[in-house]
Design a protein around this ligand. Structure first.
Ligand SMILES: [Fe+2]
Length: 371
């Protein structure tokens, strides 16, 4: 067989080309929007595309599946429960996708999303048993998928789906759809692992009781991804908004200090835009700031005055930097990011608007790569 993992540094996504070297048929799984690399591999190796699979509806990047489909005439395949507005090939649990002798078996592994699937890969000329599993956003290296995009029972489903994957042999290699990014809380950064290693060392998989797993999984969540609303609308076939994705080369954004920012805010030169989540905003925010959560930035961009210099603010300065890069790309050439964010502003003892600090809502996790 032929197997290639393609890592996308912009969104921390992994996509895959799986092929049979005897039949020269291939599948592309979780295609990035930039499809040229897949087309080049297919051309160089004389491969024929048989399947375009998305393991789920992605919330953090625009899928290249439909672009690839448009280019090749091969339909997009997703789990039959996928709520999308374009025609697609409906996959069922246990369905086998054949590439010559190589078999991709569909495992419905809901949780992160209701339609999430994993693909179990068997290459019979080497072994009658599966050797690899593409886990989508169900199982990551050192983590599992966030459940808050998956519906009311998602955390419990995530437990069941992970248990299903844990029934595989220890030697089965794990290839997730992410090596970093906001679909989990603390991925390791390694692009692959094995079932056996994750069984022993994945912190979430140490929680053997379902109630413990669920409690831990819902105890905190990362912020929703930058431009999530626009990305989901695009991936569902509802609205073409692929301009909501950050593009290379990423624009340079200046991180300004609180000392630089204060006089500019005071005299109205800089328009403070807070891109944190609602609960963060309600707890505390900078006076006179405007609030658009980063997940809604592209869909609500018309609310930002065209002539202004947006000073983007988040908790610590990480999310705001990327949001400011997006604004630069979207014709706000002056966009800036506040270093240290709202936390730094508060620590400096500057005035803030405070709300209810005692609320016991879900804790938000900053993704900093803890491993
Ligand atoms: Fe995801």
């Amino acid at each position: 067989m032929y197997f290639k993992q393609i890592l996308n540094e912009d969104c921390g996504c992994s996509s895959y080309i799986v092929a049979s070297r005897s039949s020269r048929e291939c599948a592309i799984v979780d295609s990035a929007l930039e499809i040229q690399p897949y087309l080049e591999v297919m051309q160089d190796r004389g491969l024929t595309l048989r399947f375009i699979v998305d393991t789920h509806l992605h919330a953090d990047h625009v899928s290249g599946a439909r672009r690839l489909s448009g280019e090749t005439g091969v339909p997009v395949s997703m789990h039959e429960s996928a709520d999308v507005l374009f025609p697609f090939q409906k996959l069922r649990d246990r369905q086998k996708l054949e590439l010559g002798p190589v078999v991709l078996e569909v495992l419905h592994t809901p949780g992160h999303r209701p339609e999430s699937i994993s693909l179990l890969v068997t290459n019979p000329p080497r072994s009658p048993l599966p050797s690899m599993v593409l886990t989508g956003d169900c199982l990551f290296v050192g983590d599992v998928g966030r459940p808050d995009f998956g519906g009311p029972d998602a955390a419990a489903q995530q437990y069941d789906s992970n248990q299903r994957l844990l029934s595989l042999e220890d030697y089965v290699e794990v290839f997730p759809a992410h090596f970093e990014g906001s679909c989990g809380r603390g991925m390791c950064g390694r692009p692959s692992s094995t079932i056996g290693f994750e069984r022993r060392f994945n912190p979430m998989l140490q929680l053997q009781k379902k109630e413990d797993f669920v409690r831990e999984l819902v105890s905190s969540r990362p912020a929703r991804p930058l431009n999530m609303d626009a990305i989901i609308a695009t991936n569902r076939g509802e609205a073409p908004m692929s301009w909501a994705m950050l593009r290379h080369p990423l624009p340079h954004v200046q991180d300004v200090t609180i000392e630089q920012a204060r006089p500019k805010i005071a005299n109205g030169e800089w328009w403070v835009l807070d891109v944190r989540e609602d609960e963060e905003w309600e707890r505390v925010h900078i006076p006179d700031a405007h609030h658009i959560p980063q997940s809604e930035l592209a869909t609500r961009i018309s609310e930002i005055p065209r002539s202004c210099v947006p000073l983007v603010v988040c908790h610590s300065g990480m999310r705001s930097h990327r949001a400011a890069q997006f604004l630069k790309q979207a014709d706000f050439p002056g966009a800036l990011s506040l270093a240290g964010g709202t936390a730094g502003w508060e620590t400096a003892g500057l005035p803030v608007v405070s709300g209810d600090k005692s609320q016991t809502g879900i804790r938000l996790t900053e993704i900093v790569g803890p491993h």
